[in-house]
Design a protein around this ligand. Structure first.
Ligand code: ZN
Length: 91
């Protein structure tokens, strides 16, 4: 459910309420002083899946990740291959 924010004209505090879209009105009771607070436009809170987040990334980040991976010694595949031991089973 979305979070709605209301600003109190009396004390200036913001009260946040989680409600269904159909239940959110234009006013609420201020949690700080009890006056009538009016709804304000607030930042939205949307939960995205990891795939959606990756799809929304700017392509410039792909290049940044590629550059970082090629410039670090940890990205060198031979480094890990040299550490590996053959699976002979003799020892
Ligand atoms: Zn208030």
């Amino acid at each position: 459910m979305p979070v709605y924010e209301f600003r109190c004209p009396a004390c200036g505090e913001i009260t946040s309420i989680v409600a269904r879209m159909s239940e959110a009105g234009g006013t609420c009771v201020c949690a700080h002083c009890g006056a009538t607070a009016e709804r304000i436009i607030s930042r939205t809170s949307v939960h995205l899946s990891r795939a959606s987040k990756l799809e929304r990334l700017d392509p410039k980040y792909d290049r940044m990740v590629d550059q970082a991976m090629t410039s670090t010694r940890h990205a060198e595949p031979d480094r890990l291959l040299k550490k590996m031991k053959p699976l002979s089973g003799d020892d």
